[in-house]
Design a binder for this molecule. Structure first.
Ligand SMILES: [Zn+2]
Length: 341
């Protein structure tokens, strides 16, 4: 299963395994998203791989830097796992924020930090597409990590609140096109709202969903939903009918979320066996058939180097608490794990 990006632009993933940041292997739980722009005219998202997939320690580059993704007007390239600690902020934000670089177009130069010869009218079409790709990726990450547009900041804003180095990006470029981080956040909010309004209709068996944050009960008058059910994982719909008929509880059409889906590993385990109002759900991954019919461009498989993962079982337990205790130790040591029952 692929928890793919449901946007118009292709998400490509290839990790910068030679970059010391990747090798440091530190994990974060993302609490926000920091937006940058490259301040390097004309270098596109795909081209950054060869520029940055180098080791400072081995003397291959003079920069210690790595970011989660680059976006241009046509492509998105992910270069670090989303929960990997990046080196993009030059400050505390590396411990909490996913970093996204928007690639600036060619056709101008920098004199110091000033854009020289930047023709706003000529660059407008490129800017709008790159901006939209960044908005869509940011909204998708917000859903994936239970964040909202309020958790999105620009590098320059990060400096102002003391968690990033003193850079002007991406505001210096946004301002050329009469945009700001506030208008970027508004666009992310709009994307999130549209997503939530559109999606609940297509929920069928096999759809991977999240429970809308703030949902208190499985259905009107039904049992309360514990927070860990809402925040801990995605869920897969395993049943929509009972004896051939839709299941209605509290006046709402309900479905059964029979599988939990780990947000990071995508591993499935036993789910919650309580019927839940469809309207309380957000679609994360439509069922396969819908994906084909509606969203043919969602993702493209790219051959990756070092993409082999080996799974290691570290214990078998009769008590779940013991398994959870070991998993905590593993995670503290920087490994990703999950419990299979
Ligand atoms: Zn920056």
């Amino acid at each position: 299963m692929n928890l793919g990006l449901k946007i118009g632009t292709i998400l490509n993933s290839k990790y910068m395994t030679n970059n010391d940041c990747f090798r440091a292997g530190r994990k974060i739980s993302p609490k926000g998203i920091m937006i940058h722009s490259t301040a390097t005219p004309g270098v596109r998202a795909a081209a950054w791989f060869n520029l940055w997939n180098k080791s400072y320690q081995a003397g291959e580059t003079n920069r210690q830097v790595c970011v989660h993704a680059f976006v241009d007007d046509q492509e998105i390239w992910q270069y670090l796992p989303w929960d990997h600690r990046g080196w993009h902020a030059g400050g505390e934000a590396n411990n909490s924020h996913i970093g996204i670089e928007i690639c600036e177009p060619g056709g101008f130069q920098y004199a110091g930090s000033t854009m020289v010869g930047y023709d706003v009218a000529k660059q407008e079409a490129y800017f709008r597409k790159a901006w939209q790709n960044a908005v869509d990726l940011t909204a998708w990450l917000c859903r994936k990590f239970n964040l909202t547009e309020r958790d999105v900041i620009g590098h320059a804003e990060g400096h102002r609140i003391g968690i990033a180095s003193n850079h002007a990006d991406p505001l210096h470029w946004f301002a050329q096109h009469k945009e700001s981080m506030d208008s970027f956040r508004a666009a992310v909010k709009k994307a999130l709202d549209e997503e939530q309004a559109e999606r609940p209709l297509g929920i069928t068996v096999g759809t991977v969903v999240a429970i809308k944050p703030g949902t208190r009960h499985y259905y009107p008058g039904g049992p309360a939903i514990p927070d860990w059910v809402i925040q801990g994982s995605y869920h897969k719909v395993t049943q929509t009918l009972s004896r051939g008929k839709p299941v209605v509880r509290g006046g709402k059409e309900c479905v059964l979320l029979g599988k939990k889906v780990n947000k990071k590993t995508e591993a499935e385990s036993a789910g919650i066996m309580t019927w839940i109002d469809k309207g309380a759900l957000i679609i994360i991954v439509p069922t396969a058939k819908e994906t084909e019919e509606r969203e043919p461009l969602a993702t493209k498989a790219v051959p990756e180097e070092d993409k082999t993962y080996y799974r290691v079982q570290v214990g078998a337990f009769t008590k779940r608490e013991n398994a959870e205790a070991l998993l905590k130790q593993l995670e503290a040591a920087g490994f990703e794990g999950y419990i299979r029952s």
